[in-house]
Ligand binder design. Structure first.
Ligand SMILES: Cc1cc2nc3c(=O)[nH]c(=O)nc-3n(C[C@H](O)[C@H](O)[C@H](O)COP(=O)(O)OP(=O)(O)OC[C@H]3O[C@@H](n4cnc5c(N)ncnc54)[C@H](O)[C@@H]3O)c2cc1C
Length: 403
């Protein structure tokens, strides 16, 4: 019997698990090494835009995802103090109609569970922290913190923004601090029933900061992310707990709905926001990067997870097409993925300026322009994300086969 190519994956986050699933489906033997002793994704929600859900459906996760997701009806962007709409645009039915894939809000734990259920437990090794790798004749060896190692045909670094695989391949380098931090919280929906919030995606824009909320867990929980500027706070970790009082003081004077959401919160976590300039290379020999390890981005387009999922299927397609020729496969993977992830990284950076304007004249101009666009050219607003959402990463990679 011919043995299946063994692909080592450092990191069992969204990108690592999606890659493992895509590879397994394509006949490879993936092995995921995750540093955490238990898979315990952050207790927060994630938006999955149609480019991500399309790919997850292709991977066979469509039904399971639908069971745990909330499909928002619309996006509403509101003014911080008055709550007056700056613009609204439909999401739910329109995404299905225009892009053939849904827009979903899910709890991260649910997304992990869906991916893991499809993957099965076998490929996953927990409590396995990767520290580096050694390239050998015909393969690569990943080294683990406990002194053991594993051998494979290829290694994928899907170990996040502080990737040890990237450091081992290209040397140490600091990510770029954005000057912003995010507060995140999840609370039971029944607690804020009185607010009668719609099952929509709502973003409140105010001077220097913004606040986003949406329902997850089939509507049983509400997730929010509040982004504020900071000069002093640089620790990047989900385990740092903030306080309700701190958050209330950051959003003093904002609309009463937001005050009420904050007051209804038990625990809130803080996270400093980093990205990187696009890397010149993602691959060296039989080793490559994927997801935040390759292209960390600010969360203002809600695309980091989506891009990691896209990477996973494109990389799998390239490895399949160039079986036994890793260099060619990885060159093609980079050629297919870099321009798009670069564009998303830069768009995400740029969004902060639009969301956080604070000079009254600039705010007036922005809001008037958007309100007029909504009134006279709603199609412009509805289609502004086409380049992101209509993308079919798998089809794009398969098309490349013919070029
Ligand atoms: C506030 C905020 C909101 C966001 N909202 C969205 C959104 O709505 N939609 C969206 O698509 N994206 C969103 N993102 C981005 C998204 O969370 C990330 O882009 C995504 O999690 C990246 O996945 P990943 O698998 O590449 O990396 P990670 O999720 O960071 O996973 C890396 C994994 O590798 C493990 N690991 C790390 N080092 C090692 C090692 N040395 N050995 C073994 N394992 C290791 C980690 O424990 C972790 O499990 C948001 C990000 C933030 C900060």
């Amino acid at each position: 019997m011919v043995s299946r190519p063994r692909i080592l994956i450092a990191g069992g986050g969204i990108g690592g698990l999606a890659a493992a699933l895509a590879l397994q489906r394509a006949g490879f033997e993936p092995r995921v090494f995750e540093q955490a002793p238990r898979l315990q994704p952050v207790g927060a929600g994630i938006q999955l835009s149609p480019n991500a859900t399309r790919t997850l459906v292709q991977l066979g996760c469509g039904e399971a995802l639908r069971d745990v997701a909330v499909a928002p009806g619309s996006l509403h962007v509101k003014s911080w103090r008055t709550g007056r709409n700056i613009f609204s645009t439909p999401l739910g039915t329109r995404c299905l109609q225009d892009y053939g894939a849904p827009y979903y809000h899910v709890h991260r734990a649910d997304l992990h569970a869906v991916l893991l259920k499809e993957l099965g437990p076998e490929p996953l090794h927990l409590g396995a922290r990767c520290t580096g790798f050694v390239e050998e004749e015909g393969g690569v060896r990943v080294e683990l913190e406990d002194g053991s190692h594993a051998w494979g045909d290829m290694l994928i670094g899907a170990d996040g923004i502080h990737s040890s695989i990237r450091t081992a391949a290209f040397g140490p380098e600091q990510p770029r601090f954005s000057g912003y931090m995010a507060f995140r919280a999840v609370l039971p929906a029944e607690r804020i029933q009185g607010l009668r919030l719609q099952r929509d995606l709502t973003s409140w824009w105010g001077p220097g900061r913004h606040f986003v909320h949406y329902f997850i867990s089939g509507g049983r929980q509400l997730n929010y992310v509040a982004v504020v500027p900071t000069r002093t706070w640089h620790l990047e970790s989900w385990s740092v707990e903030g306080s309700r009082e701190e958050l209330l003081s950051e959003f003093q004077g904002w609309h009463p709905v937001l005050q009420e959401l904050i007051r209804a919160t038990d625990r809130v976590f803080k996270w400093a926001l980093y990205d990187r300039d696009p890397l010149p290379r993602w691959s060296r020999g039989r080793v490559t990067l994927l997801g935040d390890a390759a292209h960390p981005m600010l969360p203002f387009q809600a695309q980091g997870g989506a891009q990691a999922i896209e990477d996973a299927v494109v990389l799998t397609s390239c490895l399949t097409r160039h079986a036994g020729r890793p260099q060619e496969a990885l060159e093609e993977y980079e050629r297919l993925r870099k321009p798009r992830t670069h564009q998303v990284q830069m768009t995400s950076r740029g969004s902060a300026q639009l969301f956080h304007l604070d000079r009254p004249l600039q705010v007036l101009k922005r809001n008037t322009r958007l309100r007029l666009t909504q009134r006279f050219r709603p199609d412009v607003l509805a289609h502004r994300m086409d380049w992101l959402y209509e993308h079919d990463a798998l089809a794009e990679a398969e098309r490349f086969r013919g070029l």
